[in-house]
Design a protein around this ligand. Structure first.
Ligand SMILES: *[C@@H]1O[C@H](CO)[C@@H](O)[C@H](O)[C@H]1NC(C)=O
Ligand SMILES: *[C@@H]1O[C@H](CO)[C@@H](O)[C@H](O)[C@H]1NC(C)=O
Length: 251
């Protein structure tokens, strides 16, 4: 009897210890599985967390998402070679959650997250060729402002188990995006010939979609991959039961 009791006590103690090992950022409040609208509750938590989470969670080794450092981007086609190096994309911490779909508990669980933000990209550029009819050539600092960028990430959710408990993971994410407008500011075009540079930049900005059709896909892809990695890092640190009160593990 006594040994059973001490076993139970020991068990409780371990559970408590185990629970203490899981770090949850203070700005996240847990939702209840019995909540009338669990998705609505999670949506509110994401809205509250987004500006904090995007600055990184060092306790979970989740890196800052603002800026996102991008791999080099090179476009080469239609008579234009344009290369961006040392690119950093700022803006995710100002993102607004525009939609969230989540069907936790159903057989095929899916997660869909949409957000909208303004992004500014700083980089070194090198360009040579022509945009439509106008020649363009130069090398220097680039500043690109993409206004009203909407991104929607759709993903399947799987569950996996580790020593901390059962976790969620996003797999095979797909995405769509839309951009309202883009402004390019390329310093030192034509070796600083201001008249040529101004004319060409104005033309580039009037035909921004032409350039963004090539530039945006690699940039957005890297943003999505970085976001999904960060979300999965977060999920792998926090068992579902720590995020959702009353969740019964299935694995
Ligand atoms: C629950 O919340 C989601 C997300 O806000 C919403 O789309 C859905 O219509 C809500 N469902 C009910 C039954 O209120
Ligand atoms: C995005 O940029 C536009 C134009 O500069 C501005 O009017 C708008 O308020 C910005 N939106 C956000 C969410 O910062």
């Amino acid at each position: 009897m006594q040994s059973t009791l001490s076993l139970v006590l020991l068990g409780l103690f371990c559970v408590t210890l185990g629970e203490e090992k899981v770090f949850l950022p203070p700005y996240i409040q847990r939702c209840d599985i019995d909540e009338a609208n669990l998705t609505q509750c999670i949506r509110e938590q994401i809205e509250i967390s987004l500006p904090h989470f995007t600055k990184g969670v060092p306790e979970m080794k989740v890196p800052s998402l603002d800026p996102v450092h991008l791999d080099d981007i090179k476009i080469d086609g239609n008579g234009l070679i344009l290369k961006f190096t040392d690119a950093a994309m700022h803006g995710l911490s100002g993102a607004e959650l525009t939609d969230l779909k989540l069907n936790l508990g159903e057989v095929n669980e899916e997660f869909s997250l949409s957000f909208k933000s303004n992004f500014s990209l700083t980089a070194q550029y090198e360009v040579d060729g022509r945009i439509l009819i106008l020649p363009i050539k130069g090398k220097g600092d680039a500043f690109v402002f993409a206004q009203g960028v909407s991104v929607r990430i759709d993903s399947k959710l799987i569950h996996f188990k580790n020593s901390k408990g059962e976790h969620l993971k996003l797999i095979t994410p797909t995405y769509k995006y839309d951009i309202e407008k883009t402004t390019f500011d390329l310093k030192n075009l034509f070796n600083g010939n201001k008249q040529l540079a101004d004319t060409t930049l104005q033309f580039a900005n009037e035909n921004w979609r032409q350039l963004m059709d090539e530039l945006a896909p690699p940039a957005i892809k890297q943003i999505v991959v970085t976001c999904v990695k960060a979300i999965n890092k977060f999920f792998s640190n926090v068992p579902i039961g720590k995020l959702v009160i009353g969740y019964k593990e299935r694995l």
